[in-house]
Design a protein around this ligand. Structure first.
Ligand SMILES: C[S@@+](CC[C@H](N)C(=O)[O-])C[C@H]1O[C@@H](n2cnc3c(N)ncnc32)[C@H](O)[C@@H]1O
Length: 212
């Protein structure tokens, strides 16, 4: 994804119903509603904002490789009065440069398929988690019904506009590992790993770091 940020139009117009469902699933599964939040590959920040609205987080870092995404997220934070708790940070998920053990909840939606070095990214994410912290990383379209509606709209968009554009991401180009490879990645660590991989919820790698 280059520095063009046309994806945001899709997030606004097509994916809007997805974020509340994903945010609720994250909060229900992890039980983390306070502390420090990181939204990695945040794009325009839709998931991070949904979590800030629903939880009681003391601070949030919205991180992305694309400075234009960060600019959009900052503008939205301003409009929502969230600028005091929200910071942005330009980060490559594969070479995370943030303090160790500094987040209680790390979320990432729709970014993982673009990460060239999945091992480095997941090791980095785990390193950034505070003891007792959780990471919820992957992708999903909310539920099967909303997912089908979105896929229909994306196909219409593709038919209208051709094969170039953010509506054209093909899962076969995903750089995600297989679930067994993710399991192997964490087999030797103290991480508690859960993988969700269903048509309804999508594909999520969930990590819990034991409390100290
Ligand atoms: C499909 S968008 C998803 C945005 C947002 N999380 C959402 O759910 O609407 C993917 C985002 O991941 C970012 N991204 C891709 N590769 C990245 C990397 N290696 N490190 C950090 N961000 C990355 C892109 O810039 C883009 O904003």
């Amino acid at each position: 994804m280059a520095e063009d940020f046309s994806y945001d139009e899709i997030a606004e117009n097509f994916f809007a119903p997805v974020y509340p469902i994903v945010a609720k699933a994250i909060l229900d599964t992890t039980g983390v509603r306070t502390g420090r939040l990181l939204d990695l590959g945040c794009g325009g920040g839709h998931l991070g904002f949904e979590l800030l609205d629903r939880g009681d987080f003391e601070s949030a870092v919205f991180a992305d490789a694309n400075p234009e995404a960060l600019r959009v997220a900052e503008k939205r934070a301003e409009e929502r009065g969230l600028r005091p708790v929200m910071k942005t940070s330009r980060q490559d998920a594969c070479a995370l440069d943030l303090p160790e053990s500094s987040f209680d909840l790390i979320v990432s939606r729709g970014s993982m398929p673009f990460w060239d070095d999945q091992r480095a990214a997941f090791e980095g994410i785990y390193r950034l988690l505070a003891p007792g912290g959780w990471a919820y990383v992957g992708g999903g379209l909310g539920n099967a019904e909303i997912g089908e509606q979105i896929k229909r709209k994306m196909t219409e968009e593709r038919d209208r506009n051709g094969d170039e554009g953010p509506w054209c991401f093909d899962r076969k180009n995903s750089k995600a590992l297989t679930d067994d490879e993710y399991r192997a990645l964490f087999a030797e660590t103290d991480a508690e790993l859960t993988i969700i991989n269903t048509d309804d919820e999508g594909h999520w790698i969930i990590l819990a770091k034991p409390a100290a």
